[in-house]
Design a protein. Structure first.
Length: 566
């Protein structure tokens, strides 16, 4: 007989879920009762009538402490009258796969164990995130409720006697105080693979990779960065599409991601960039820890900005059978993302939405059938096939476009810029800055926006031949009114918009576990084809100079150079 224990506890400060759940250092989650408190508050946020006998999906990115956290969730779900947990084999599920399975099984929600692109290992980060029944991240109303409960929690329920074999596919059941509790261990990649086969033309992709009499085999490199996508890449690219194993890299999930930062950008995936620079592969991709972010590279290391990537997919949506069948209902981007996709949406005659950073803002639009395709400059690309961004999906979309157009990545981009003009875009991240200085900087910018002291002023940056003057058209602190539910989200980033359409944006990011991260985004639109192949950092240097002067970033933070430039 399994018994339920009511364990006394007391609140921990700061269990406030951000855009992507609760992320803290592993050592914080390892504190006695810490993880249990947060899990109980997630369970308590599900209304009692929906909770009893419900199904939840559980899985994570394989990082350190994941297996222990899965066992805690199993024992607590059993004690709280959950009917069934669906868990990925070995505890492994990519974030897109969890979204897929929640929707497929009509589950009440899912608990994801990931800190996404943050580092792993005993000294790294851990995270817990709750997704709702549409498969997307919990909206603010629910995360606020969870946070509220963490401040008053006095006890949690747990069944200490339960142990579970996470590595063997199949079901295990227990009788607990009058209800049956079942744990189903499920193949981590099967459901997601089947969904991808419905969306893309796998025969077309097989032919591209194998080559034909008149076409050499298509060579690519896809790096899982020792995150969760490894098994998905092996199954889809190698087993289903026939790519050689050597086309995949770092596909074994590791608790510390091989000692590296599982963040798919040119800094943290520099090994992939170097491989592409040799010119032997026509396409490269890297994916983050939990599989929702992606970086796309062309031959010789040609970098495709995430802003351009989603816009190119939108412009070539007819290369993807899913969009041919469903039509393109609308497109969207996060506010800091360049306006490239807006220009595509306008040409195609579909709605374009600009939302705050955070994938949950796209979910409402998708559920209302007003959005098909969206992206974020932070390497997130996705569509309404699920309610999360999806790295492997984005890579398959690029393979589909290349197979259909029979063009290189660079030529696809050149063609796109010729048609729409180029949006030069750079993001500078200043990581782990002292929080007090960062706050003061943002306060100064908000005040400057509020008093409109820079509006209509001319500002100059750069030096010598590269010097350029811009006139400020407007400056504001971005707020968003959701067109579906009317909820207003404020203070989402300070924007300086110039008369030529150029933009500078400042945001304070809260997804790291220590210190603050200041993100500075700089964008300039260039319709002149003769300038499309210029270096983005050189083109944008005058605007970046203006950004640093206006924000007094160096004065407030002591930082002279960014940690990461994307």
């Amino acid at each position: 007989m399994v018994t339920v224990t009511l364990q006394d506890t007391s609140p921990f400060d700061g269990q406030k879920p951000g855009t992507s759940g609760l992320r803290k250092a592993v050592k914080v989650f390892q504190q006695h009762h810490y993880t249990e408190n947060f899990v109980q508050c997630i369970i308590d946020s599900i209304p009692a009538e929906k909770r009893r006998g419900c199904t939840l999906v559980v899985g994570g990115d394989g990082r350190f402490f994941m297996r222990e956290a899965v066992l805690i969730i199993v024992r607590m779900a059993a004690a709280n009258e959950i009917g069934q947990l669906v868990i990925g084999q070995g505890g492994i599920f990519s974030t897109p796969a969890v979204s897929c399975i929640i929707r497929k099984m009509k589950a009440t929600g899912g608990i994801l164990l990931t800190a996404s692109h943050n580092p792993g290992g005993p000294d790294g980060d851990f995270g817990i995130k709750y997704n709702i029944e549409n498969g997307g991240p919990a909206p603010e109303a629910i995360t606020n409720e969870i946070f509220s409960k963490t401040k008053t929690i006095k006890s949690y329920k747990i069944c200490h006697d339960i142990t579970v074999d996470l590595d063997t596919i199949g079901s295990q059941s227990w009788e607990i105080e009058g209800h049956t509790f079942t744990v189903m261990i499920r193949d981590s990649v099967e459901d997601y693979t089947l969904l991808m086969k419905e969306i893309f033309d796998f025969d077309l992709l097989k032919t591209l990779i194998a080559g034909t009499e008149g076409q050499a085999p298509f060579k690519f490199i896809a790096s899982a960065m020792h995150g969760v996508t490894g098994p998905y890449l092996k199954r889809i690219l190698c087993q289903e599409l026939g790519a050689p194993e050597s086309y995949t890299l770092k596909c074994e999930p590791k608790e510390d991601f091989g000692g590296h930062h599982p963040d798919p950008n040119q800094t943290y995936a520099s090994d992939l960039v170097e491989m592409l620079k040799k010119g032997e592969h026509q396409l490269g991709a890297a994916f983050d820890g939990d599989g929702d972010r992606n970086m796309i590279l062309g031959q010789n290391g040609f970098f495709v900005t995430p802003s351009d990537s989603v816009a190119v997919i939108a412009d070539n949506a007819t290369c993807i059978p899913y969009f041919v069948k469903t039509g393109l209902k609308g497109v969207a981007r996060s506010m800091p993302t360049s306006a490239a996709i807006d220009r595509v949406g306008q040409k195609l005659g579909v709605e374009c939405f600009e939302v705050p950073t955070g994938w949950k803002f796209f979910g409402n639009l998708m559920d209302a059938q007003r959005l098909s395709l969206c992206g974020e400059e932070s390497f997130g690309t996705g569509s309404d096939h699920i309610r999360e961004k999806d790295g492997v999906w984005a890579f398959l979309a690029w393979l589909s476009i290349i197979a259909s157009k029979k063009m290189s990545v660079q030529d696809i981009l050149k063609d796109f810029w010729k048609k729409y003009g180029r949006g030069f875009f750079v993001r500078c991240d200043y990581e782990n800055v002292e929080a007090e200085g960062a706050k003061k900087m943002i306060e100064l910018l908000r005040q400057t926006a509020k008093d409109e002291s820079l509006v209509n002023k001319s500002l100059t940056g750069g030096s010598g031949q590269d010097q350029k003057t811009y006139q400020v058209k407007s400056m504001d602190d971005f707020s968003y009114t959701d067109p579906i539910d009317g909820i207003v989200t404020e203070k989402q980033g300070v924007r300086m918009i110039f008369t030529d359409g150029s933009r500078v944006i400042f945001r304070l990011s809260g997804t790291g576990s220590a210190g603050a991260t200041i993100r500075v985004y700089v964008e300039s639109y260039e319709p002149d084809e003769s300038k499309h192949l210029l270096d983005a950092q050189i083109v944008l240097k005058p605007l970046l100079d203006i950004a640093l002067k206006v924000s007094k970033l160096q004065e407030f933070t002591g930082r002279e150079i960014p940690t990461v430039i994307t």
